[in-house]
Design a protein around this ligand. Structure first.
Ligand code: ZN
Length: 507
């Protein structure tokens, strides 16, 4: 499948993107610091994108409401069953592989990578954050480095405390699992950040239920025992556990909603084929303690073969610096601060990173880079879709090549040049550059493949940094670099020219 980004697939945006890119190409490098994307042609469609986003959100809320399955009836008949409370699992996956270029999956042949040991250096601590002015709620908390951390260091590797499986995905299962946890582990769950009560219609509904039960019970609880009638006392005894259960469901749902992670890297349409009982969503406590940033310094990924959530440091981190992760990845690199704020709001999150704080000196740099990247992806999707079905002429390949290099630069500028950059660089390595190299002369071909090799080396470096050498994702990138090296050797030795002469095989 060609790479696509959910929010940028509309064809009418292409013309605006082309105009915007032309405009940016002529000014790139000169006005980056002062760019004002709000006046760019690419923003003509901003209102439309926002309208679509809100529509999608409303539709999702309606769907949630229709499937919540709660029946709040009057008085003592209040039903606190959560049997059919549906939860959406395609949510805060640290690595939700939406229709962007995918990392290649390993080939079925056996690999011997289990011998590689990647140490886990958990040099961090949980710290309370200072409360914002006037904030009456409990202060937030985050993880902070206790010593210098070098990029590529694995700082967390943990198993899920709670999971939900396919098919089913019932919150009732979650409650049952929670009750089986040790008191210490239950406390660890209560200690992580809950979503705001407004974050979803489900949470609002649960809050409504708790409030309703509490309101009914309160007058009797406040009566001295001697003044209660037998009927009131009996009703209280019956209702108190229901209120307690509803409270537990509500508190757990609020933590699950904002902290759950996908344990599957398959697209949604392939998940229906998973065997029953496959865990698809999990709650990882240490990972949940890392706060979101649109300019994260860590990367989280789930190692499905070992059932471990790993977190790696992707930039050198100074002692005392906070560790941060992206709560969502699919639109993080391409949306404006306003669009990201809407998406974060859906999870009850707020972000004040340098890309979101309008007073930060680098705010405009981020906005401009992400807007440019957005426009480039629209054009690249178009070119790469056509490349799926037909060999493209050299001018199209040159355009794709230039946009890909510029996109990688933009990702670097917005400080998101990790796995996202690998995905796009892979397109250069696998499709664009080899296609351009085919009809070059022997000398030019060698140079072209040396360039491919350099991109492959960078992919391998980023793969090691983000995943670690014990992961198949890294192994695939390593094989790609080895294959590029072999190609350079063959071309250098004249083997390719010989093949072409003997067999007429283009290479
Ligand atoms: Zn942010």
């Amino acid at each position: 499948m060609p790479p696509k980004i959910t929010v940028v697939t509309a064809a009418p945006e292409r013309a605006a993107a082309e105009a915007y890119i032309q405009d940016r190409i002529s000014s790139e490098g000169k006005q980056t610091e002062t760019a004002n994307p709000s006046t760019s042609p690419a923003h003509i469609s901003y209102a439309e994108r926002r309208r679509r986003y809100r529509e999608k959100k409303r539709a999702k809320n309606r769907e949630e409401e229709s499937s919540t399955g709660f029946s709040v009836t009057a008085g003592s008949e209040a039903d606190v069953s959560v049997q059919s409370l549906r939860t959406d699992t395609d949510t805060l996956a640290p690595e939700p592989l939406r229709p962007r270029p995918q990392l290649k999956k390993p080939s079925p042949q056996q690999r011997d990578i289990t011998e590689v040991k990647v140490p886990v250096l958990a040099h961090y601590e949980l710290r309370k954050l200072p409360k914002a002015n006037g904030d009456k709620e409990d202060g937030d908390q985050g993880l902070f480095a206790t010593q210098k951390l070098t990029q590529g260091t694995r700082i967390i590797s943990e198993r899920p405390l709670l999971t939900l499986t396919a098919p089913g995905d019932q919150l009732e299962d979650l409650i049952s699992q929670f009750k089986l946890l040790s008191p210490t582990d239950q406390e660890r769950v209560w200690d992580i950040r809950p979503a705001s009560p407004e974050a979803s219609s489900q949470l609002k509904y649960l809050q409504l239920l708790v409030d309703k039960l509490a309101k009914e019970i309160k007058p009797i609880v406040h009566k001295p025992l001697v003044d209660r009638t037998n009927a009131e006392q009996a009703w209280l005894v019956a209702m108190a556990p229901k209120l307690e259960h509803a409270m537990t469901v509500w508190r757990l749902a609020a933590r699950w909603h904002v902290n759950r992670c996908s344990m599957i890297d398959k697209p949604m349409h392939e998940r229906y084929r998973l065997p029953p009982g496959t865990p698809i969503t999990g709650l990882f406590i240490e990972r949940a303690r890392v706060r979101h940033s649109c300019v994260p310094n860590c990367f989280a990924s789930f190692d499905a073969s070992r059932r471990l959530m790993n977190v790696h440091v992707t930039r050198d981190i100074a002692p005392g610096e906070e560790l941060t992760l992206a709560a969502f990845a699919d639109t993080l690199y391409y949306n404006t601060a306003e669009e990201r704020a809407l998406e974060l709001e859906e999870w009850g999150l707020k972000c004040n990173c340098e890309a979101c704080d309008t007073t930060h000196p680098r705010f405009n740099v981020h906005e401009a880079a992400r807007t440019r990247a957005h426009a480039r992806v629209i054009l690249l999707n178009d070119i790469l879709t056509r490349l799926e079905t037909q060999p493209l002429p050299e001018p199209d390949l040159t355009t794709a090549h230039n946009h890909l290099l510029a996109l990688i630069r933009d990702l670097k500028t917005s400080r998101c040049d990790t796995v996202e950059s690998v995905r796009w660089r892979n397109i250069l390595v696998e499709r664009i550059l080899p296609a351009r190299a085919i009809f070059k002369s022997a000398d030019e071909k060698l140079v072209a493949w040396k360039v491919i090799l350099e991109h492959a080396k960078e992919c391998e470096r980023l793969g090691r940094l983000c995943f670690g050498e014990d992961r198949e994702e890294f192994e695939v990138l390593k094989e790609q670099r080895e294959a590029s090296e072999a190609a350079v050797r063959m071309i250098g030795d004249g083997v390719v020219e010989l093949l072409m002469q003997e067999e007429g095989v283009p290479f």
